[in-house]
Write a protein that binds this ligand. Structure first.
Ligand SMILES: Cc1cc2nc3c(=O)[nH]c(=O)nc-3n(C[C@H](O)[C@H](O)[C@H](O)COP(=O)(O)O)c2cc1C
Ligand SMILES: [Fe+2]
Ligand SMILES: [Fe+2]
Length: 405
């Protein structure tokens, strides 16, 4: 049984949240042991109700049951589809069956993208950027926010209560015990936001900056941000907007160095861990993720750590005249989601002819990283790490980068 929460956000506006603990890989990609929530919102006015978004299709029945406890089907005047992705729109067919009088509002593209949805024909109304609707004395203003996270994405601003219904934007992973940001003292909210931004909208980071600029120019200063995933930001809406801005700019956390390595037999691992030790001795904060014969990191966490690291170290064995496959995948994902003009250091080992350094440079320099130094060492059984070279690289990394001067 899925956990469903219905709570008041402001007078007349309720969150309808379901906690998804079944999805192990969001978008069949990103590992989410912390879970994810789908948040719909119900606005009740004296002239009828508006539902903003829905849940993933597997929770359609649970959503209808939650709605049934609040309103009758004929009360539902509008369903606002902020985003056509099935994690929010999957329950639309069930909603259209349950509330036959409800009309569907969304970005013009939503009409095209969802055409063919059972029950939608003749019931969709496109809303323009800046368009508004008044219902029972409550004003709804629609703000197009393209590419957060698809081209048709939109937000709704409720000026009366200062609530921004933002869908994917300002969302996060994690099924926190409480609905609001101030109800989970122990939740790593920042890490959940960072991981969500890096993986889900990392590719569209410039759109985050555009949307923030647009909200600013429209004078939208939310008192409450009510996103489609994660907690409702009622105690610190500014904080999450600023965090989104920092992540969109891939702004580094001072001293954070991502060390990403793979090692089949331990040679490359020795180099990577020796460097981690040297960096820690110099007061830096190495974050180490390694693929070995005993463990694999969560790829989503690696990408999240790449996004706000000051520098990256990639350490790889040579594998069939190329790059160890998982590492190739992960650095390609870093390029897609977390590319930034940051310093890159490479460590590699080989037995008869190195190739990994060239491959890593080819991929990562191609997306903006700058190779500052590398070590390509022939592995010798029971050899010591090339300590001088490792120490030199640690010195290089610990030099204050221009961004911190
Ligand atoms: C499947 C496999 C493929 C390899 N391919 C190459 C290669 O193409 N060129 C090379 O010089 N060494 C190759 N090696 C040797 C490793 O690159 C070398 O032993 C390296 O130091 C291993 O690092 P590790 O101990 O961190 O796994 C290969 C080893 C394995 C197991
Ligand atoms: Fe999405
Ligand atoms: Fe989503």
């Amino acid at each position: 049984m899925a956990v469903v929460r219905v709570e008041e956000v402001t007078k007349g506006l309720k969150i309808l949240r379901v906690d998804d603990r079944e999805t192990a890989y969001f978008e069949a990609l990103w590992e989410i042991p912390e879970g994810v929530t789908y948040n719909a919102y119900l606005l009740e006015t004296k002239e009828g109700a508006v539902l903003f978004d829905g849940w993933k299709s597997q929770y359609s029945q649970a959503l209808i049951e939650a709605l049934e406890s609040l309103i009758s089907p004929d009360d539902l005047r509008y369903i606002v589809v902020h985003h056509a992705e099935p994690d929010h729109a999957g329950s639309l067919p069930a909603l259209l069956r349950w509330a036959p009088k409800a009309r569907v509002l969304g970005h013009p593209l939503v009409g095209k993208m969802l055409a063919g949805t059972p029950g939608l024909n003749g019931r969709f109304e496109a809303v323009r950027d800046g368009g508004s609707l008044s219902l029972g004395g409550v004003e709804l203003r629609f703000i197009h926010a393209p590419w957060l996270h698809w081209p048709e994405t939109m937000m709704t601003w409720l000026p009366r209560d200062g609530v921004l219904l933002s869908c994917d934007a300002f969302g996060s992973f994690g099924a926190a015990p409480g609905v609001f940001d101030d109800e989970c003292a122990g939740c790593p909210l920042e890490a959940w936001v960072r991981k969500y931004v890096a993986t889900v909208i990392g590719r569209y980071r410039p759109s985050i900056l555009r949307a923030l600029g647009k909200l600013g120019s429209l004078g939208v200063e939310p008192r409450i941000i009510a996103p489609g995933h994660g907690v409702v930001w009622r105690s610190r809406p500014r904080w999450v907007m600023e965090l989104y801005e920092r992540l969109a700019r891939a702004e580094p956390v001072e001293g954070k160095v991502l060390i990403l390595y793979a090692s089949m037999y331990g040679s490359t691992e020795r180099l990577a861990l020796a460097l981690a030790g040297e960096l820690a001795r110099r007061g830096l904060k190495p974050v180490v993720h390694g693929f070995t014969d005993k463990r694999r990191p969560l790829i989503a966490e690696v990408i999240a750590d790449a996004l706000d690291a000051e520098a990256l170290v990639v350490a790889a064995p040579t594998y069939e005249a190329g790059l160890y496959p998982y590492l190739r995948l992960v650095i390609e994902l870093i390029c897609e989601k977390a590319a930034a003009p940051k310093r890159l250091y490479i460590l590699s080992t080989y037995a008869w002819g190195g190739a990994a350094v060239k491959r890593i440079r080819g991929i990562m320099e191609g997306c903006g990283f700058e190779t500052m130094a590398f070590i390509e060492a022939k592995s010798v059984l029971e050899s010591q790490s090339p300590t001088d070279k490792i120490a030199n690289i640690a010195d290089e990394i610990s030099k204050v980068p221009s961004t911190r001067q």
